[in-house]
Design a protein around this ligand. Structure first.
Ligand code: C2E
Ligand code: MG
Ligand code: MG
Length: 750
């Protein structure tokens, strides 16, 4: 009997197993089909995305190259701008300097304000009918790129790159432009994709004339591929606008396109429609079969799992592993599961996120624990919503700490997903009854770069570390762990916790680097440069702490500390009857309130009774936003009798443009100009020499004093003297010196 019971019971199980198996097989067939379709759609989506990214990159590269072209005109531009020259001089200059015209330009032309032009070939013609001339003269544009035009020189198709020329009063007096034959332009832009022209890229102007095409015979043709209307390619999460068209070779193509931001041109990338068709076909029957087998075997395993685990057992396991508020895994179970995933897929990449809520303690105190729990629940739901479709696990640790662990295909894609999903949810949270801001720490497991023994615990520690680095920064809501972050962060941490006490303990001190007049070889000034002698970190140059102080704004305090040290030193020298020459101090960009800065500066100056002509201020221009503030500070300081210098002139993006807005007294040229020299002789190359000379000339025309920093060799000094630069500062004469050494130097070089 007993035996039979057992047999019966097993038979029953067998039958139900078989029935379930049949059911699952049927479901499987449907599932495989859907899945295959999905895979196909995914492959197509990523193909479209890639094409779109490609044209995006290419358009950016075209604009970057256009910017380069702008600066290639500089060498002529600097010679003509901000001065009044006779037409004869300009004509001669254009002819004489013809060899300075650089590829891809073939000609440089100057036009007066009536449109009468002279080119570097000595020809004269009239351009007042040209649109670019009108645009530039009206002040509408400071750099204008044209469509394809017929050259006035040889009638051939060319492109023009034009800039306005100003006189000393900053009025537009003419136009300087360079022309570039269309074939050369094609060659120049084709370089973006390497030496062989890429069949798929094209550039056309706004008249649809081809500027770049892989087949030169099509250049300058109006080949309008837009035969049909815009077509929208749709993927799961985005829509892409393309043109369906026929290529010059007669193929049906999709054209991805972008508009250039600097020129009226369109940049396009054409992909044969056939490629899309092929992509679909490649999902072959074989793949279909393999997929089917995989799914069936997986289902079998799944079935066996159910077979062997009783519901009760499972229930018990669950109940001890689940958090009662959020119904997510508790941390210990999460770690176990995450470790299992790591072991199971040793060759996969993973992403670990740790999230918490800013000021959660405050929410608990303010609104009570129940509300706090509600917030936790809401946050957990949100995290679940975002991650439920991905292969991963979710957990709540203690208090408001949440953990998410994902298998990912690439770090880039994971970050894209994170930014588009988690980060976007932050807005939704803000509209909740009790809004809160989460912050995230992220770490990755990358199999090739990390030991296979890496555990979930290690990844959590790293994510936690990354998250801690943004604790005080309310504007940043996530941080990613890397080794550099660890090192930088511990150094920065140390600096930040010690900076205030360092200031009190006089660990910062000032060194003085002499400035020498090139006519007399005498010291006529010095620059005050700060240093930090830390008992723990040792001697530090400003570059290792100023950037951090600029971020946390401590530089504002430090600057004033330096000013006070300098004024004290000047006072001492004056009292002793020692010689004194003007000392320049650096002003960081963090001083963003002109009145405040100038007021505090003068209060300090008065405290030590220093005459303003013994003090100069060096400004730095880094972004166009600075311009108005810098202009105001300059004017206010000058009214008080100080002289103002533009530091590192020429290193920024738009130094030449700055000349018309910020009326500084001194141009202090960046030492990077002196880098382009022959390694053996230390002699500057010819183009750099011409350029430096032109810039120094330009400064002189604008009645500004000129000084070069970073002069290290006699050759450099001699050259700068030859071109009549006023002063130099650099290791050739002296490194920055301590007070006493500097006084010694000053006394010996007067
Ligand atoms: P900067 O104002 O352009 O100062 C010139 C830098 O070039 C100094 O570096 C100086 O030592 C260095 N230098 C001078 N001659 C030569 C040379 O012949 N060869 C080479 N290789 N270098 C030379 P330093 O002292 O390291 O200062 C770096 C930057 O830190 C400064 O650049 C300035 O922007 C900033 N800085 C220094 N002191 C202060 C300060 O008190 N306040 C603020 N806000 N910034 C400061
Ligand atoms: Mg400076
Ligand atoms: Mg400088």
């Amino acid at each position: 009997m007993k035996k039979k019971f057992y047999i019966n019971s097993n038979l029953e199980r067998l039958f139900s197993f078989a029935a379930t198996l049949v059911l699952i097989l049927m479901v499987n067939i449907v599932l495989t089909q859907t899945l295959l379709k999905k895979i196909q759609a995914n492959a197509e989506a990523s193909f479209i995305q890639r094409c779109d990214d490609t044209v995006d990159d290419y358009a950016l590269a075209v604009d970057a190259r256009l910017k380069q072209l702008e600066s290639k005109i500089d060498i002529f531009y600097a010679k003509l701008a901000y001065k009044t020259l006779s037409i004869e001089t300009i004509k001669k200059f254009l002819l004489d300097e013809k060899k300075q015209i650089v590829y891809p330009f073939n000609m440089v032309v100057y036009s007066d304000k009536n449109g009468v032009s002279w080119n570097s070939e000595g020809e004269e013609f009239d351009i007042k009918d040209r649109l670019y001339f009108q645009k530039i003269m009206s002040g509408e544009s400071t750099f204008y790129v044209t469509n394809v035009l017929e050259s006035k020189h040889d009638g051939k198709p060319c492109l023009i790159f034009a800039r306005p020329v100003y006189n000393e009063e900053k009025e537009i007096t003419g136009v300087l432009f360079a022309s570039c034959p269309i074939e050369r332009a094609a060659e120049y832009f084709a370089k973006i994709t390497g030496n062989n022209r890429n069949k798929r890229f094209a550039i056309r102007d706004s008249n649809k004339r081809l500027i770049l095409h892989y087949n030169s015979k099509w250049l300058n043709w109006v080949y309008s591929p837009w035969k049909y209307d815009d077509k929208i390619l749709v993927t799961d999460d985005e829509e892409f606008k393309v043109k369906e068209s026929i290529s010059t070779e007669g193929d049906l193509v999709y054209v991805f396109y972008r508009y250039s931001e600097i020129s009226p041109w369109t940049i396009s990338y054409a992909v044969p429609v056939e490629d899309f068709v092929q992509l679909k076909k490649s999902q072959s029957a074989y793949q279909n079969f393999v997929l089917e087998v995989i799914i069936i075997s997986l289902s079998l395993i799944f079935l066996l799992e159910i077979w062997f685990h009783s519901i009760l057992e499972k229930h018990q396991i669950l109940s001890t592993h689940i958090d009662s508020i959020t119904h997510l895994m508790v941390r210990s179970h999460f770690e176990k599961e995450a470790n299992k995933m790591l072991r199971k897929h040793p060759r996969s990449k993973f992403m670990m996120l740790e999230a918490d809520i800013r000021g959660f303690k405050f929410i608990n105190q303010q609104h009570g624990e129940n509300v706090g729990n509600q917030v936790l629940l809401q946050f957990s739901k949100l995290l679940y919503e975002v991650s439920k479709n991905y292969e991963g696990i979710l957990s709540r640790g203690y208090a408001d700490h949440f953990y998410i662990f994902f298998k990912i295909s690439s770090v880039l894609k994971a970050m894209h997903f994170f930014k588009n999903n988690f980060n976007k949810q932050v807005d939704q949270i803000k509209s909740l009854e009790i809004p809160f801001t989460p912050k995230f720490g992220i770490s990755f497991f990358i199999p090739k770069k990390m030991p296979a023994s890496t555990t979930a615990q290690v990844l959590i520690t790293r994510a936690n570390f990354a998250k801690d680095t943004i604790k005080e920064n309310a504007l940043q809501d996530f941080a990613i762990y890397d080794e550099k972050l660890l090192k930088r962060s511990s150094e920065n941490n140390f600096i930040e916790t010690h900076m205030e006490s360092a200031l009190k303990n006089n660990e910062f001190f000032v060194m003085y680097q002499p400035k020498v007049d090139l006519k007399t070889d005498k010291v006529v000034g010095a620059e005050a440069l700060v240093r930090w002698q830390s008992p723990e970190l040792g001697y530090m140059p400003p570059n290792s702490f100023i950037p951090l102080f600029e971020k946390n704004n401590f530089v504002v305090k430090l600057d004033f500390y330096v000013y006070e040290e300098v004024f004290k030193f000047l006072r001492k020298s004056l009292d002793k009857g020692d010689p004194a020459v003007p000392i320049s101090v650096n002003m960081s960009r963090n001083h963003d309130k002109p009145e405040r800065f100038v007021h505090d500066f003068i209060v300090l100056l008065k405290k030590y009774q220093i005459p303003p002509d013994l003090v100069e201020v060096e400004l730095l221009e880094r972004s166009s936003m600075d311009k108005n503030i810098l202009r105001e500070i300059t004017i206010m300081l000058q009214k008080e009798g100080f002289r103002v210098a533009m530091d590192d002139f020429g290193s920024g993006e738009s130094s030449l443009n700055m000349l018309s807005t910020i009326p500084v007294n001194i141009l202090k040229f960046d030492r990077s100009f002196l880098f382009a020299n022959d390694a053996k002789t230390g002699k500057l190359d010819e183009t750099s020499e011409t350029f430096i000379e032109t810039l120094v000339d330009l400064g002189k025309n604008l009645k500004k004093e000129t000084i070069f920093e970073g002069v290290e060799t006699e050759e450099q000094r001699d050259f700068l003297r030859k071109i009549k630069c006023d002063q130099v500062q650099g290791f050739f004469y002296s490194k920055p010196l301590r007070e006493e050494e500097y006084m010694e130097f000053l006394k010996n070089h007067r």
